[in-house]
Ligand binder design. Structure first.
Ligand SMILES: [Fe+2]
Length: 223
């Protein structure tokens, strides 16, 4: 079974762009529900990585519900890690890559905000790398980049209304502008970019755990 990974920071750490109330709803309710449904759908199936679950479910036409919940579980954990409560600036090898592929940080922001604001309905807006090349793209509903071979995600922002409606109402563009100015975890993006170029390993979701069976199992787990 998969566990709901704890947030890597306090619920209020991303204020004022994302409020404590939104984070409680988003992580403790929405994300949790995806994980619970994923576990229910997997039943007693042998634990395997969430990446494998997503890819196998995508390849199986009859597993749309499993794909949606597995991909949403993956996307949300990636999203929390792709944000930082400490304002970061673009740094390292990404500075040159952003200048080469977008013309600079402000142009990247404009492309990211434009893509996310124009995206119809629910989904995700990504900064991704295909080898050296950087791209901005959006995906619908639960769709993630695991199913796009060759693309490594660097950053993502959630475009579902539950991500911003409490704090920004219908102003998705305002949310994306504030998000891009204050929340990207550029050091995380840098390590993902290195992985895209074959240096190091890309981020993976925490592995599943064996469900605890009785007090003996619980005792073992607490030691
Ligand atoms: Fe979400």
């Amino acid at each position: 079974m998969f566990e709901l990974p704890p947030l890597p920071y306090d619920h209020a750490a991303l204020e004022p762009v994302i409020s404590r109330a939104t984070m409680h709803l988003h992580h403790d309710k929405h994300h949790k529900k995806y994980v619970e449904t994923l576990n229910k759908l997997l039943g007693d199936a042998a634990p395997r990585s969430l990446e494998d679950v997503v890819l196998e479910a995508f390849a199986d036409d009859g597993s749309r519900k499993l794909f949606n919940n597995a991909a949403q579980a993956w996307n949300h954990t990636f999203f929390w890690n792709a944000m930082s409560p400490r304002r970061q600036t673009l740094d390292g090898s990404l500075v040159q890559a952003v200048a080469r592929d977008f013309g600079g940080a402000e142009a990247l922001k404009a492309a990211f905000v434009k893509e996310g604001a124009a995206h119809f309905g629910s989904g995700w807006v990504w900064l991704a790398a295909e080898g050296e090349a950087l791209k901005v793209l959006s995906t619908h509903d639960a769709e993630d980049l695991l199913i796009h071979r060759g693309l490594t995600p660097l950053l993502v922002c959630d475009l579902w209304e539950h991500a911003y409606y409490l704090d920004h109402k219908n102003d998705r563009e305002g949310f994306l502008n504030a998000w891009f100015d204050g929340l990207p975890n550029w050091s995380f993006a840098e390590s993902q970019y290195a992985a895209a170029r074959g240096e190091g390993k890309a981020w993976t979701h925490p592995a599943p755990v064996e469900p605890a069976r009785g007090t003996a199992a619980l005792g073992e787990r607490s030691n």
